[in-house]
Write a protein that binds this ligand. Structure first.
Ligand SMILES: Nc1ncnc2c1ncn2[C@@H]1O[C@H](COP(=O)(O)OP(=O)(O)OP(=O)(O)O)[C@@H](O)[C@H]1O
Length: 337
């Protein structure tokens, strides 16, 4: 089935901002992020560590890892309903039932003392279902392509491989048939062959269940295998947003070009052309003008260090660069080192 892109967005972030801390000491870690996920569509949020991807994902369900973090502005629309207006109890009803979530390290989200089948059934119980739990668990494990599902349901987490544990967590996330899955680095902790199996599973689930997926990753290889739309994030902002094929064929923002050049070659998984020099600035210590300018080989003094670029529509997407579309030569990155 092809994605149903005619329907209203399943998830729409509108000018979403996240702060850590209050008042004068508040640090804005996510600024005015807008993005859309439709049913049957996988949308990537990609960028280096510290760019604000996870904070954006946590903001959807207000499940922040730190109590100091809060949604500071904007809207989170789920099928048109603004989740930022819901109180904690109403939001709990949405979690699991309408939005499933999986994270990087499956081990830390599973109770080592409880059989995995019981853990998959937990969201069903929490939402009041008491009948047919075992059959539903086996059905879910089958859907996750785990052989001998009934037997796996009786096993404990330590008896399963990392890839199997992640499949168990995806099963639990989808137990209540949510329309949206948020997956934050779901394969980062797994080795490459296991990673590829999980990505194929996500692609199949997206197609068969018409699932919308928001996939958070630092790895453009993962994006290429899985997603239709890509949002590139840097220093708390979206810097480029385009469908996956044009993004890979002709990246417009120098940061996207840098990320692509620093990807491991798919053939060898070994040699990247280079790595982008420097690192993402600490939250709140954003450079003036374009936040990427200190690392950018084509930054122009007097422009990029002074004027904040806005997202501009270009070539079927958007990018935030005063000189967007200018190809950055390989040697220009090397000179930056
Ligand atoms: N618990 C916390 N307390 C204070 N600041 C935090 C906390 N967690 C994250 N941050 C800051 O918020 C900013 C965004 O972090 P976030 O985790 O969203 O980035 P990310 O792109 O998802 O990176 P990673 O892949 O490493 O998780 C970073 O500057 C980070 O230092």
């Amino acid at each position: 089935m092809s994605p149903d892109t005619s329907s209203a967005p399943l998830l729409e972030l509108r000018q979403l901002s996240v702060d850590i801390g209050q008042g004068a000491s508040a640090v804005r870690v996510v600024r005015d992020v807008s993005l859309t996920v439709r049913r049957g569509e996988a949308v990537a949020l990609v960028g280096e560590s510290g760019s604000g991807k996870s904070m954006t994902a946590f903001a959807v369900m207000r499940l922040f890892p730190t109590p100091q973090a809060r949604v500071a502005g904007g809207q989170v629309l789920l099928a048109g309903e603004d989740l930022t207006a819901l109180d904690a109890a109403a939001l709990r009803q949405v979690r699991g039932a309408r939005v499933g979530m999986v994270f990087q390290d499956p081990t830390s989200y599973l109770d080592p003392l409880v059989q995995v089948g019981k853990q998959i059934a937990e969201p069903l119980r929490a939402h009041g279902r008491t009948e047919g739990l075992q059959a539903r668990v086996v059905e879910l494990l089958d859907l996750m392509e785990l052989p001998r599902a009934a037997q796996v349901a009786r096993q404990y987490p330590h008896e399963l491989s990392g890839g199997m544990r992640q499949r168990v967590l995806i099963a639990a996330a989808l137990a209540l048939q949510p329309a949206l899955l948020i997956a934050d680095e779901p394969t980062t902790a797994l080795d490459v062959t296991v990673q590829s199996g999980i990505l194929k599973l996500l692609v199949r689930l997206r197609r068969e269940l018409q699932l919308g997926i928001l996939l958070i990753t630092h790895d453009l290889g993962v994006v290429a295998e899985t997603c239709q739309q890509v949002n590139v994030m840097y220093a708390g902002e979206i810097v480029e947003r385009r469908p996956v094929v044009p993004l890979f064929e002709q990246p417009l923002h120098p940061y996207t070009q840098g990320l692509l050049g620093s990807m491991l070659s798919p053939a060898s998984r070994a040699h990247a052309l280079f790595s982008i020099p420097g690192g993402v600035p600490a939250a709140g210590r954003w450079p003036t003008g374009c936040r990427f300018h200190p690392r950018c080989p084509i930054a122009q003094p007097g422009v990029c260090d002074v004027v904040e670029p806005q997202l501009v529509q270009r070539l079927g997407g958007e990018d935030r660069c005063h000189f967007g579309g200018e190809p950055v030569a390989l040697h220009a990155w090397e000179k930056q080192e």
